[in-house]
Design a protein around this ligand. Structure first.
Ligand SMILES: [Zn+2]
Length: 246
């Protein structure tokens, strides 16, 4: 992305009191279209204004128009063009080949040792590979992709099919490799929420459950690890280069 485009995104976002989440998403989406040679026609200001509208309808076209000086009609036209391009990209992408996992280190509740854990992020809004019609239940998945589990094992992450009282069913759970105890899905879910909402930048020992840190996102394509990302926004800006279009 050109420096000028980024400068304009930052300027518009600060004018409208938009936080880093939307700023990052606008940046990621424009980069995505640029990388695919699909950037919509129009000057940078109009593109940025329309993209802000595309990723957050709640701001409203007239408010964006007032803050950016781009006419409502122009925003609406480019917005339509952007949506069409994303539709085209999505229709040519086989999302089922990809999955995005999250890993971090935590203190085992039983023996107190620091252990790595991993969950599938299917269902989180930053995960573009989630297919609602598939049976994948994210971190409570009963499905076990042997290829992925094999690679997680190499990272010393122990996972097994275990029964959870909380959900009243069995699922692929994280297990402490030292004491063999299941790491409860409640605490893991809480920790993943805290890590994601803090942009993966929580200081160590910030959790009510004790120590946890060192989060990473892992991108798998057909069961093979293709990339690692230190946080969600780095993933959003860069994952497209691994995504093959039909
Ligand atoms: Zn343990």
């Amino acid at each position: 992305m050109e420096k000028e485009t980024q400068r304009m995104i930052d300027e518009f976002c600060s004018k409208m009191g938009i936080g880093t989440t939307i700023n990052n998403e606008v940046t990621a989406r424009i980069t995505e279209l640029e990388n695919l040679g699909m950037a919509p026609e129009g000057d940078t200001a109009s593109l940025v204004a329309a993209m802000i509208y595309t990723v957050n309808y709640r701001l409203g076209q007239s408010r964006i128009s007032k803050a950016t000086g781009v006419s409502v009609r122009k925003i609406s036209n480019i917005n339509r063009e952007i949506l069409k391009k994303f539709e085209e990209i999505n229709s040519r992408t086989d999302f089922s080949k990809y999955s995005l996992w999250m890993t971090w280190k935590r203190k085992c509740w039983k023996c107190g040792k620091i252990i790595p854990v991993a969950i599938n992020t299917a269902g989180w809004d930053f995960n573009p590979f989630f297919n609602p019609s598939s049976e994948d239940g994210g971190m409570w998945s009963k499905k076990c992709d042997n290829k992925i589990e094999e690679q997680l094992k190499r990272m010393r992450i122990k996972r097994e099919m275990r029964y959870s009282k909380t959900i009243g069913d069995a699922y692929m759970a994280n297990i402490c490799p030292f004491c063999n105890n299941i790491q409860g899905d409640g605490p893991l879910h809480e920790e993943s929420i805290e890590l994601i909402t803090s942009g993966f930048s929580l200081p160590a020992q910030a959790s009510v459950f004790g120590f946890f840190n060192d989060p990473k996102l892992l991108l798998f394509k057909e069961g093979e690890l293709v990339a690692e990302y230190p946080d969600v926004s780095t993933f959003s800006r860069n994952y497209r280069k691994y995504i093959e279009l039909k």
